[in-house]
Design a protein around this ligand. Structure first.
Ligand code: AHG
Ligand code: MN
Ligand code: MN
Length: 324
């Protein structure tokens, strides 16, 4: 790493990572396969956008009890088949599969993925994406996010993009006409301070006291205890709300609430919160479950949910103080 590492496109980033040792080479091979899969998924979305197709309900529920859409299943198939061609990948963990899919007995890494994030936005022409986490196979299926070798997410939006980190800086890349992901040329750094929050406000009546008090104070704006006005943005795709926060700061909250089944929020630790938290910390932000850093949590289950609050470091601290 360092001077001689070209970061101008994904191939050069991966070549550089691969040179760091066998585990990194394995992670780089996995990310290369994921980039190929994401390119296919982006193509599907671009060319086959009729609502009855990709957004059609499949009539089945995934491992987490969510209704599957056609594109959820297609994206999962594309990723499973891409990873199946990489000898270094021992197994594939997916939101759309009950249990880990074993791939290569001698593989040194595990890939966990939310193949299609933002399912409710599929047929609305709003950004959706693919989230992934690469872990050492030696650690087994359930390991804290701190162990991740690499993590990232693709966004299928006005641009097809990738945010990725191998533990070093977060790199923002965009898929070009030539089929290559090239560096977008901005430094991915989440500003410490923000005046923009993202939460599904329709759940307000179900919120616990700390969340209600924090959002109430944000909404009180200049006249309230925060002494400044806040703006709200909620896309409803974690990848899109996340991308915005990496670009210009912000705080995202999907807290636990009083609804049945939301005692630990909605988002999943292994393939949503962990990869996002890995990127957030690498970009100077914070990601917590309300109190504890997401990356320090040990998943109890492959599909375990976790309350997720992440973004600008000072604002995440500000929120955490409401709970103490
Ligand atoms: P998925 O499409 O993988 O199930 O994830 C959807 C997630 C996430 O993208 C978003 O932040 C959140 O669900 C939205 O949930 P609500 O519809 O409850 O707001
Ligand atoms: Mn998701
Ligand atoms: Mn999903």
């Amino acid at each position: 790493r360092g001077e001689r590492c070209l970061m101008s496109n994904l191939s050069s980033v991966l070549a550089c990572e691969a040179a760091r040792g066998p585990l990194h080479a394995a992670a780089a091979a996995a990310v290369a396969a994921l980039a190929g899969a994401a390119t296919s998924i982006a193509g599907l979305i671009r060319h086959q956008g009729d609502a009855a197709g990709l957004g059609a309900v499949r009539g089945t529920e995934n491992a987490d009890g969510d209704t599957q859409k056609a594109l959820d299943v297609m994206a999962d198939d594309i990723i499973a088949s891409a990873l199946g061609k990489v000898d270094a990948v021992a197994s594939y963990l997916s939101e759309e599969q009950d249990a880990a899919i074993p791939l290569h007995a001698g593989g040194s890494v595990i890939v966990a993925s939310d193949p299609l994030d933002g399912s409710s936005n599929i047929d609305t022409n709003v950004s959706i994406g693919t989230i992934f986490s690469v872990l050492p196979a030696a650690g087994g299926v359930l390991q804290p996010g701190r162990n991740q070798i690499a993590a990232g997410f693709f966004v299928y939006g006005p641009q097809t993009t990738l945010l990725v980190s191998f533990g070093g800086p977060v790199i923002a890349l965009q898929l070009g006409e030539n089929g290559q992901f090239h560096d977008m040329g901005w430094q991915v750094r989440i500003p410490d301070v923000t005046s923009e929050f993202a939460i599904n406000a329709s759940n307000q009546r179900h919120w616990h006291k700390d969340v209600a008090a924090y959002i109430g104070d944000c909404l009180a704006g200049k006249d309230g205890p925060r002494g400044r006005n806040f703006n709200m943005r909620w896309v409803g795709s974690l990848v899109a709300d996340g991308w915005r926060i990496f670009r210009r700061g912000g705080i995202f909250l999907y807290p636990a609430d009083r609804r049945e089944g939301y005692g630990a929020g909605r988002l999943r630790l292994v393939y949503e919160a962990n990869p996002v938290a890995f990127l957030v910390e690498a970009a100077g932000g914070k990601a917590i479950d309300g109190a504890v850093p997401i990356l320090d949590l040990a998943p109890a289950d492959l599909h375990a949910r976790v309350p997720l609050v992440f973004g600008s470091a000072k604002e995440v601290d500000e929120f955490a103080a409401y709970g103490s």
